[in-house]
Ligand binder design. Structure first.
Ligand code: M6R
Length: 606
């Protein structure tokens, strides 16, 4: 949700922090602030608004110290305001926080009863008081005070703390919100997300749940919540700094849409075994599945899971269920040791998906995570992991990670099908051969679709949209509708085309644009008749059709062309024009494409 950056070293901490926060702005930007040590005094500068507002303030008076923490806030408790901006300072303690403290009201009352006063509505200020209280009660170190405070807290947090009494140290802790330490030479970094500090270091340690870390110029010390020293090994991050930037596109979303052929190629690369018409899941063998495959995910990742059902059932002939993680975790799901539970998450930090995964583990399921963020909570919790290699996805609307997830699910289905014999040599050779060509077909489809500016102008005033698809393209209809809602704020519904006659047909009139995925293959004729039903009621049809289809144009007002592919792989292509349509509609309507209202990249709080 929010962005956190910390620095200790010889540089100007304010500059390093602001630079990092700029990279994290997408995580939340209703307010921002820094706390920098100047000698043994902490200077706190914070304000409501975008980072630029903070930078303006800093022009007047910029702290010059070489240790500090900073934050960009996305409001959870307390409206966006100067007072609610982080850092929150109580006595000698300054704190920045990402997450939600669930028992903050109870703690606030208790602290009030001891004579403490509050100047903000945030749950974070409660943490600052608790740490200050622990210091006053004789905590032996800043880390000790932080641990004592956090033991009273229920909820999710990634926090960074500085204190006048410990001017050479930052203490940070994590529970259910991401935090990473960057290792330097005579300097160390802290961030909620690796791109913030990539320009300074590639040696990083991702904090695990319950970790407390103490950062000095030349030392990084990890302890658990009981104060026991623990070892955490650094990893070398291979993402380039430019991968985390817009690369010349006006928005991260557009850049990431165009990165999809690469993302899919990177996800498939080194995993396709052409000689044996097989795949390798990085050497992992998931063995035979005697039960079901159960896929758990949220949002766009859930839509990938719905396509995954077709892949697993068709290719591996294993029954597959797909569940919204936010539903699964609250019922009494039936899971056995024979089942393979697959949690899909771009961020690897989505709380519902993580909780559903833990529920499945508790019920004895074997687990596989399909994640994009290496070492994320879901990846660490799962028994095995298949990473998508899409690189950092910054736009809130998930695009390249969706198609990378589809690629990973295809690999999984082939792996299972080859292990249980359901996928015979010839069919395997054909499928693997098709997969090799998919990235190129994606590039061609993106090129053919081009800019949809004119189409967007035509439909930008529509109040509602309907998306229809069948088979593997039904989840793509759902995804097209989600994308449009999410970034252009137009109400949209995705529907199985065959279900239209059971209700939604009543909506169709000359004011309703209907996007129909009408690619050739299984169900094509049936979709054509759905399309005719829409036309008969004067609905505006935008068809997504296979390149070279001579029939389709006479059935619709607009056509978006995709390359030909087998039905099982079509979603990798048909989603592309729908992403571009949503993007162009959002641009035409002037919404904040990369940071739509009310949304954050990863939902780590309930
Ligand atoms: O990081 P995750 O894949 O777990 O995120 C799940 C959803 O929050 C996410 O896919 C969301 O629906 C996207 N922003 C939609 O574009």
């Amino acid at each position: 949700m929010c962005g956190i950056v910390g620095y200790v070293g010889a540089r100007n901490a304010t500059q390093v922090i602001i630079h990092g926060l700029r990279r994290l702005e997408y995580r939340g930007y209703d307010s921002a602030g820094v706390a920098v040590m100047s000698g043994s005094e902490t200077e706190v500068v914070r304000c409501r608004g975008k980072l630029a507002a903070l930078e303006n303030l800093l022009k007047e008076k910029s702290p010059t110290g070489s240790l500090g923490i900073g934050h960009t806030r996305w409001a959870t408790h307390g409206r966006p305001s100067d007072e609610n901006a982080h850092p929150h300072r109580i006595g000698a303690i300054s704190v920045v926080h990402n997450g939600i403290i669930e028992n903050h009201a109870v703690l606030r009352e208790r602290l009030r009863a001891t004579g403490r006063t509050f100047s903000s509505q945030t749950d974070t200020e409660v943490i600052a008081h608790l740490i200050d209280e622990a210091v006053a009660a004789g905590a032996t170190s800043l880390a000790d005070a932080v641990r004592k405070a956090l033991r009273q807290v229920e909820g999710s947090y990634a926090i960074a703390v500085v204190s006048n009494r410990h001017p050479d140290e930052i203490v940070a802790a994590k529970n259910a919100s991401p935090l990473v330490v960057g290792l330097g030479d005579g300097e160390n970094f802290l961030a909620s997300d690796a791109p913030a500090i990539l320009e300074y270091t590639r040696e990083m340690i991702f904090l695990e749940e319950g970790d407390v870390v103490s950062l000095g110029r030349k030392s990084v010390t990890f302890t658990d919540m009981d104060g026991n020293r623990i070892e955490r090994k650094p990893r070398t991050i291979t993402w380039t700094a430019s991968q985390a930037e817009k690369g010349g596109y006006p928005h991260f979303m557009l850049k990431e849409i165009h990165e999809q052929p690469q993302a899919v190629s990177d996800t498939l690369r080194s995993r396709l075994l052409l000689d044996t018409s097989d795949v390798t899941l990085d050497g992992q063998n998931l063995g035979a599945i005697d039960g079901r495959v159960i896929i758990l995910a949220c949002g766009t990742s859930y839509h990938a899971g719905l396509v995954g059902k077709f892949l697993v059932e068709n290719i591996a002939r294993i029954p597959c269920e797909v569940d919204l993680a936010s539903e699964f975790r609250y019922r009494e799901p039936i899971v056995s040791g024979k089942d393979l539970v697959v949690a899909i998450s771009q961020s690897g930090e989505t709380l519902d998906t993580l909780a559903a995964l833990k529920e499945a583990i508790a019920r004895g399921g074997r687990t596989l995570a399909i994640c994009n963020v290496v070492d994320s909570a879901i990846a660490r919790t799962s028994g095995s992991v298949l990473y998508t290699h899409a690189g950092p996805e910054i736009g809130v609307a998930s695009t390249k990670c969706f198609t990378a997830q589809l690629a990973a699910l295809t690999l999984l289905a082939v792996h299972l099908g080859r292990r249980n014999g359901a996928l015979a040599d010839k069919a395997a050779a054909e499928l693997v051969g098709e997969l090799v060509h998919i990235p190129h077909k994606m590039s061609e489809t993106l090129r053919a679709t081009g800019s949809l500016r004119e189409l967007a102008r035509k439909y930008m005033h529509a109040r509602d949209f309907l998306f229809l698809g069948r088979g593997t393209n039904y989840p793509i209809a759902l995804e097209g509708a989600l994308k449009l809602k999410e970034i252009s704020y137009i109400h949209a519904e995705g529907y199985a085309a065959g279900e239209m006659k059971h209700g939604p047909i009543a909506l169709i009139d000359d004011g309703l644009p209907v996007v129909v995925i009408a690619t050739q293959g299984k169900g094509y004729d049936k979709v054509l008749s759905n399309l005719a039903e829409v036309r008969a009621r004067e609905g505006h049809v935008i068809a997504v059709a296979t390149k070279g289809d001579q029939t389709i144009a006479s059935h619709c007002q607009d056509v978006l062309w995709v390359e030909d592919a087998p039905s099982l792989l079509q979603p990798l292509l048909t989603v592309l024009p729908l992403q571009l349509l949503a993007y162009s509609m959002a641009v035409a309507r002037g919404t904040d494409v990369d940071q739509p209202r009310n949304l954050a990249k990863s939902v780590t709080v309930e």
